[in-house]
Design a protein around this ligand. Structure first.
Ligand SMILES: [Zn+2]
Length: 269
């Protein structure tokens, strides 16, 4: 690992240099990206996932067999008012800023809160779906949050030409236990073509997403930069590992990328 010989200040300087030089950046984000926005790590030891019964209820089987019981539990876990009011933090905004500089930023996120899109990034691939969306499993009509919240168990209101309402209980867009992650092949393709892969706020413990940084190193020789509070199994292969809060680290780095790019322009003017 290149960064073993660097102190924190030198690691920041290297992060800035890599961001500066990279035009095609793939980003993988996890729960640590959103904790600074007040959204907890749903899978952490202290989280609701410690409740086995609740965890089993967040499965596609439970939804199919007990749709009326599923939705109140799903809302209890994911759709709390404080989560729905959460705003992008400095880390989300920094990634939005990087895209605003003209860099190609493709974000693959394990988070279901939609905050990368709110921060202005346009190429966001939600590997585990989005908690603010739902869809009818029968007629595939999509629904937004206001409809999901309008009744305890949201139903499809699509009406055919004869005036018959579909009426089926909706599926959340969020990927449930027993369902596959999305955009995995697209993530591999993006990684293969990227100048660098940033791994932000994820401890890389949930497969198959946790395999992606290893794929970057092993198959694509794409450089890896990891910013996370805890160690990950990929640290030993990474070009750079920075221990810290994603929002703090990334906003400081991107602010300096920004000013460095502006510098010659100011002198030209
Ligand atoms: Zn329907």
């Amino acid at each position: 690992m290149f960064s073993e010989s660097l102190d924190q200040a030198e690691a920041m300087t290297e992060l800035i240099r890599v961001l500066q030089d990279s035009e095609n950046i793939v980003v993988l984000t996890g729960a640590g990206m959103s904790t600074e926005s007040g959204i907890p790590d749903f899978r952490s030891d202290s989280g609701l996932w410690q409740d086995d019964e609740l965890m089993q209820a967040m499965s596609v089987n439970y939804l199919r067999y007990f749709p009326e019981r599923f939705w109140p539990k799903f809302k209890h876990v994911f759709l709390r008012p404080e989560y729905l009011q959460a705003q992008p933090n400095a880390g989300h905004l920094a990634l939005g800023l990087l895209e605003g500089m003209g860099k190609r930023i493709q974000i693959f996120t394990q988070n279901v809160d939609g905050l990368h899109g709110v921060a202005g990034n346009t190429q966001v691939f939600e590997l585990h779906g989005n908690f603010g969306l739902a869809r009818c499993p029968i007629c595939h009509t999509p629904y937004a949050l206001n409809h999901i919240l309008s009744e305890e168990v949201p139903h499809c209101v699509w009406e055919n030409q004869k005036g018959v309402v579909c009426g089926h209980v909706l599926d959340p867009d969020t990927v449930l236990f027993g369902q596959d992650v999305r955009h995995y092949g697209r993530a591999q393709l993006a990684i293969a073509n990227a100048d660098v892969m940033l791994v932000l706020g994820t401890s890389l413990t949930v497969d198959p997403v946790a395999e992606l940084p290893h794929f970057a190193i092993e198959q694509c020789h794409t450089r890896l930069i990891i910013v996370n509070m805890e160690s990950t199994y990929c640290d030993k292969w990474a070009h750079l590992v920075i221990r810290g809060k994603v929002g703090e680290v990334l906003s400081q780095a991107v602010a300096r990328v920004s000013s460095a790019r502006d510098f010659p322009q100011r002198y030209r003017a």
